[in-house]
Structure formats: C-alpha cells, structure tokens
Design a protein around this ligand. Structure first.
Ligand SMILES: Cc1cc2nc3c(=O)[nH]c(=O)nc-3n(C[C@H](O)[C@H](O)[C@H](O)COP(=O)(O)OP(=O)(O)OC[C@H]3O[C@@H](n4cnc5c(N)ncnc54)[C@H](O)[C@@H]3O)c2cc1C
Length: 241
C-alpha cells in the first residue's frame, strides 16, 4: 500500500501527525495507519536486538542504556504508550527537538530497514536520517553494547529535551551522538576521536553540530551545555565499565 510513498502520509502512533491534521498543517490525500500492520515487537537473537517500527516507546523501557534513559525522558506515560519507534526516527523538529531516539540509535550503530522507491533498503541510521523522505521504516536493529545517556533536565513531563548526548562502547570503539544539536540526530566524530579525554571531547563536539535557537533553548545555551553533556556521557560510560 505504501508503494513509493508518493502522496501518502504514514501514521505511526499519531502523536505528531494527528494534531498536525487537526490543526490543518497536513491535508493528506491518503493516510496509511500502521497500528495493525504487524510492525510491532522487540526480538533478540544473541546480542542482536531488532525493534519493529510500530513498537510503542513504552515497550523499550526495559532495554539497557542509552535506550531506557532516553525513553524515560520522552514526554509522559500517556504519550510513550502511543508514540512509536518509527515515528520517533522520522520525527522532524518543530519549535523543539523531536526524535530523541535518533541520537541513541546512531550511537548504538543501529541500522534501519525501510521500504519505498527501489524496494527495501538497510542502512546506518545516520544515512537514513539524511535521506528519509519517501521511506517507510520497517525496523531498526543493533548489537547490544554498554551505553550512557546525558540530557538537559526539564521541569515538566510535557516539555521536550532541548539537548541530549548518547555514548556507546561498541566493538569498533566509542560512538557519540546528539539530539537537539541539528536538524536531526547527529553523530559526533570529532568528539569520538578524543573520547579518552572527556573534557577535550566535549569541546571537540562543537565542530560536529549545527546549533540553532528554538522554543526550548537558544543556540548559545546549547553551545555552553553540549561540552558538559558529552563529558558526562563519557564519564557515565567509564563508570559503567
Ligand atoms: C506532549 C508531547 C511531548 C513530547 N515530548 C517528546 C520528547 O521529549 N522527545 C521526543 O523525541 N519526542 C517528543 N514528542 C514527539 C513525539 O511524541 C515522539 O517523537 C514520537 O515518538 C512520535 O512517534 P509517533 O508514532 O506518534 O509519530 P507519528 O505522529 O505517527 O509520526 C511522526 C512522523 O513520522 C512519520 N512516520 C511514523 N511512522 C513511520 C514509519 N514507520 N515509517 C516512516 N515514517 C513514519 C509520520 O508520517 C510523521 O511524519 C512529544 C509529543 C508530545 C505530544
């Protein structure tokens, strides 16, 4: 039914698109609702974890960090029971960062399997995020590895996380990624290169991001706090080892 996605609006949990339709921001000719598409569920095969696009965020609460800590800070239980993994990976920023799992999945070295023009495709999350238009996410998969999540805390569960950093110790070394630091989740290669020195890694991270003002934080505030979050994530990772 999705085909090449032309003119089709995908509805995962609908926590973003349903209000958008109500407010008249989107007027889709066709809406494809995924809630009974059989795309939900978490499968484990050895250390490989595969999460279906239709899986509600609430079901990720038992997965090790950085996943669990990230999910625990996305909105509240009501939203997390409705919102899906596919919707989070495809969420675009709007007055605030949305798509907190994007950074987590980049740090985990996850791959996204999607359908669309040209058929099925499996690619690293960062490649998918750079060209996700016209794709239907089927699932996301990664090898389990120790991880940490550092984020800007906020006062109210209905607020968005202004900035967050994920760190994962993978087979190929430490991987770092951020959300709230660009148009979507971004990998932090300059910070990764200095990962054995958390202070230096924090400063280096500023070369990897595209900071902007929005309703929840200014670019200036993000510039001050990104190095601190990178340092904290690396220190947490070290403590967990
Ligand atoms: C009060 C409130 C607080 C929130 N706080 C946060 C927060 O702290 N952090 C955060 O990250 N988000 C937050 N959100 C945003 C949102 O709830 C999440 O990003 C959620 O994961 C979106 O998932 P969904 O399934 O509801 O997406 P939907 O609304 O269904 O879809 C979102 C986008 O993804 C597309 N899409 C959905 N599924 C797929 C798929 N399988 N393949 C391709 N495209 C797809 C849709 O077409 C749409 O463009 C908040 C929302 C609310 C209402």
């Amino acid at each position: 039914m999705f085909g090449d996605g032309d003119g089709t609006l995908v509805v995962g949990g609908g926590t973003i698109v349903v209000p958008n339709i109500q407010l008249g921001f989107e007027r889709p000719a066709t809406a494809l609702m995924l809630h009974r598409a059989g795309l939900g569920g978490i499968a484990r095969d050895g250390g490989r974890v595969t999460i279906g696009a239709g899986t509600p965020l609430a079901e990720l609460a038992g997965l090790p960090d950085p996943v669990a800590s990230c999910v625990a800070h996305i909105a509240d239980g009501e939203v997390r029971r409705q919102a899906t993994v596919g919707g989070n990976l495809c969420a675009a920023n709007f007055e605030a960062p949305r798509g907190d799992l994007q950074g987590v999945m980049i740090a985990l070295g996850a791959h996204v399997r999607s359908a669309g023009k040209g058929g099925e495709r499996t690619e690293p999350v960062e490649d998918f995020l750079a060209q996700r238009a016209g794709r239907l996410v089927l699932d996301v998969a990664y090898d389990e590895a120790p991880g940490a999540y550092a984020y800007l805390d906020r006062q109210h569960t209905h607020e968005y996380t202004a900035l967050a950093v994920s760190a994962v110790r993978g087979a190929d070394g430490i991987r770092l990624a951020a959300t709230g630091a660009g148009p979507h989740g971004l990998r932090l290669p300059s910070a990764e290169a200095k990962a054995d020195d958390p202070e230096a890694a924090g400063r280096a991270a500023l070369a990897d991001v595209q900071l902007a003002d929005d309703a929840v934080a200014s670019a200036w505030y993000r510039e001050q706090t990104l190095p601190i979050l990178v340092r904290r994530a690396l220190e947490q990772l070290r403590e967990a080892a």
